[in-house]
Design a protein around this ligand. Structure first.
Ligand SMILES: *Cc1c(COP(=O)(O)O)cnc(C)c1O
Length: 496
């Protein structure tokens, strides 16, 4: 069955998967959603025998129906190769009575690699299929991890260039170093004086600027997005939920049909939405537990049905979740509104003008698969220490938010369903917060000294992505005001 993609904000025309990937955002500012979420076309027992790459093909072919088998397999094989430090790609590790799905074994040691190592290939394939001759300019806002993963994915990919905006004072030292040392003639990295929401709003404004699009086109450029609003990010993320469920099946840890819970540390709502899509494809899922840090706008939303971003933006030790506008929630809103674009457009309009909207009781009822939870800074640090003391496993701050939220949920509900926690970053990426959580004596120590301590403490190998930063040269040092983001792009592309 052909799957097409339509905007969450108008029910007019729809486009093919490759066109949706190329455009990123729909013309009306909405997000592309599949006209229906496809089911898996083979049994879970069969998938349990497949490799990660084979599983990826089974899942993605159902969504990207205008790609040929060759095209899709080619993208998959170029993405999930030796850039990952394990053949399993996304290993499932049992510790302390739960399963941690480690999504950080790619080139930049955060889960963004899972999708961003394949997106450049999906995008260049889509351009060929649609006879696009413009150079594709990837414009990305990052809260820290997307930027580096996108830079690594697109660096020196022919026919593309990439510009990344990040909040100058809102990312970890290692995250910043990873970005500003990025090689590749087609890469640009810009710090902004605002926070992540400012960066994301600035990027969205450029995408919606028709005047700018026209000038770009005359110069042989067009924008696309590597943010999780792009359906080409979301679809590859569905894969590891299917993969992790079928690994448990293969190990005999669960019976076929037995439900599992997923706990996902959430920011922009892309990762957990992929879990929801996996459930809709046929994976038996009990609860989808959405874990927030102190920026708990999603927790409040699941409790009350009111989404309200009018609150202080808090910088935490899990910076990739410091977000008050969770873009991908729009796709869930569309679904629970009965796929009603008008209702979705109204709610998103209210969010843009008042920073707030309220859903109906019926819509709230449609979200009952989801449970919201949150963990504060102390709880997050305590969870890192608790699990380390219990079994020697060292997790990063984002994963610790999810782990803390899960244990609070379990205590409250006594739900004994087997549970998979998405482990979204390597502890090496946040060595300072992680080591200080384990022992206060590390407070204030140099990042690279802490990396060596982390290596000793956890008994794990220092990832290459971190090792190479010790001597890498800083290649990007542009900083601009939030208001000047477009000017900066015009300068980089020499539009004037
Ligand atoms: C991006 C990110 C998240 C949040 O994922 P979303 O898809 O934005 O909800 C969580 N943890 C880490 C380490 C990340 O990089």
């Amino acid at each position: 069955m052909e799957i097409r993609y339509q905007s969450t904000r108008s029910s007019g025309e729809n486009v093919t998967a490759s066109q949706a990937i190329l455009k990123g955002l729909a013309d009306d500012g909405g997000l592309f959603v599949p006209t229906s979420i496809p089911k898996l076309s083979t049994s879970l027992e069969n998938i349990a025998k497949m490799s990660y790459q084979e599983t990826a093909y089974e899942v993605m072919k159902q969504f990207l129906t205008d790609f040929t088998e060759d095209e899709l397999k080619n993208c998959i094989n170029r993405a999930y190769d030796g850039k990952f430090d394990t053949e399993e790609i996304a290993p499932l590790v049992e510790k302390d009575g739960v399963y941690y799905l480690e999504l950080f074994h790619g080139a930049t040691i955060a889960f963004k690699d899972m999708a961003l190592s394949i997106l450049p290939h999906l995008l260049t394939t889509s351009a060929k299929k649609n006879e696009i001759s413009n150079q594709i300019v990837i414009l990305t806002a990052t809260s820290g991890d997307t930027g580096k993963a996108a830079l690594a994915g697109f660096a020196d990919v022919e026919g593309t260039s990439i510009i990344v905006f990040y909040p100058k004072n809102g990312v970890s030292k290692i995250q910043e170093l990873q970005m500003v040392t990025q090689k590749g003639a087609n890469t640009s990295v810009v710090g902004i004086t605002g926070n992540f929401d400012d960066a994301q709003s600035g990027v969205k404004a450029m995408f919606g600027n028709k005047e700018l699009a026209k000038i770009m086109n005359e110069k042989g450029y067009q924008f696309s997005s590597a943010n999780s609003i792009n359906i080409g990010r979301l679809v590859p993320q569905v894969v590891y939920y299917v993969y992790s469920y079928t690994r448990l099946l293969a190990q005999g840890a669960i019976q076929n049909g037995e439900t599992v819970n997923f706990v996902v540390p959430t920011g922009n709502f892309g990762n957990i939405l992929a879990a929801f899509y996996a459930k809709n494809m046929g994976i038996p899922v009990g609860k989808l537990i959405c874990a927030s840090n102190e920026n708990k706008v999603l927790f409040d939303f699941f409790e009350t049905g009111v989404y309200d971003r009018n609150r202080e933006f808090i910088l935490t030790t899990s910076p990739s979740m410091d977000i008050l506008i969770s873009s991908n929630l729009e796709r869930l809103i569309y679904k629970i509104a009965g796929e009603n674009a008008e209702v979705t457009a109204d709610l998103m309009g209210a969010l843009a003008s008042n920073g707030k909207y309220t859903i109906t009781a019926e819509m709230k009822e449609e979200m009952k698969d989801f449970v919201g939870g949150w963990a504060g800074e102390n709880q997050t640090a305590d969870e890192i220490k608790r699990v380390y003391d219990a079994c020697g496993y060292v997790m990063d701050t984002h994963t610790a938010v999810a782990s803390a939220v899960y244990h609070k949920y379990k205590e409250k509900t006594n739900d004994s369903t087997k549970t998979i926690i998405a482990s979204t970053a390597s502890p090496y990426k946040f060595a300072s917060s992680v080591m200080t959580a384990i022992d206060k004596k590390y407070n204030g120590m140099d990042d690279f000294a802490l990396i060596d301590e982390l290596c000793k403490t956890s008994g794990t190998k220092i990832p290459n992505a971190v090792e190479e930063l010790r001597s890498a040269a800083v290649l990007h040092n542009t900083v601009c005001d939030t208001a000047d983001m477009q000017k900066t792009v015009e300068k980089i592309l020499e539009l004037n």
